[in-house]
Write a new protein. Structure first.
Length: 225
């Protein structure tokens, strides 16, 4: 599904090149539930942004379902992102001016999904996450855990093949974190491939494989199930 070969990310200033990622080789098969771990500043978010096609590598090759992402134009990449990838952020990144309902609906509008289909898909998400009563509230009227549920609903409403989550429970209490890990495990059982970043060993153990990154390079790759 994902094949990264010798990926570098660097920033050039006048006299030196600073590496954020160096020589990353990573293959992910459909159905995996992979956790990326590593110290703060190791390059985890940078790698997630490249995998999510929100940023591009400085060098190396990236194949997504055998398509060469490293050769794609911006427009093609945003099409791929829109159609195949759901992204969940630590800081929720909901749109403050939109209701819960509208936030969840947004990716479907971008995808050009018909009005009837949108209604039924959003209703399904609200139901699934027990948020029907909250659908007309704005993000600031929700708790952190509830906002992240909306973030997850928004990420999966378009039925992505790949769910990327960069510290999705970083701002939550541990029981809220557990609830989100339960949801991830369920989604993975339903067939969605998941890559998450977490600092929590407990959350990492919910996945099937742990990749560790130190100073922008792969330091370990461990299958746990
Ligand atoms: N646009 C940028 N310009 C310069 N340096 C950057 C840029 N983006 C990231 N970096 C640097 O790259 C390194 C890796 O950052 P990244 O956000 O990927 O780390 P991380 O592993 O996600 O850390 P954390 O656990 O704190 O989220 C950091 O040293 C950061 O300062
Ligand atoms: Mg990060």
């Amino acid at each position: 599904m994902i094949k990264l070969t010798d990926i570098d990310k660097y920033i050039d200033s006048r006299f030196q090149r600073t590496f954020i990622l160096k020589g990353i080789d990573l293959e992910v098969q459909p159905g995996e539930f992979l956790t990326i771990m590593g110290p703060s500043g190791a390059g985890k978010s940078s790698l997630m942004n490249i995998i999510g096609m929100l940023d591009e590598p400085s060098a190396g090759e990236y194949y997504f379902f055998d398509e060469p992402v490293h050769k794609m134009r911006e427009k093609q990449k945003s099409e791929m992102h829109k159609n195949f990838i759901g992204f969940i952020f630590q800081a929720y990144h909901l749109i403050d001016e939109l209701t819960v309902y509208e936030n969840i609906e947004t990716p479907l509008l971008y995808k050009g999904v018909s009005s009837n289909m949108r209604k039924s898909l959003v209703a399904e998400m609200l139901d699934r996450f027990n948020m029907v009563a909250k659908k007309d509230l704005f993000p600031e009227q929700l708790s952190g855990g509830q906002q992240q549920l909306v973030g997850i609903a928004r990420a999966i409403v378009g039925e992505p093949k790949l769910l990327l989550a960069d510290e999705p429970t970083g701002n939550l209490h541990s029981d809220q974190g557990r609830q989100i890990m339960d949801i991830f495990q369920k989604l993975n059982e339903e067939g969605i491939t998941i890559i998450q970043v977490t600092h929590s060993e407990e959350n990492a153990r919910r996945g099937k494989r742990i990749v560790r990154i130190v100073d922008g390079a792969m330091a370990a790759d461990e299958k746990i199930r």
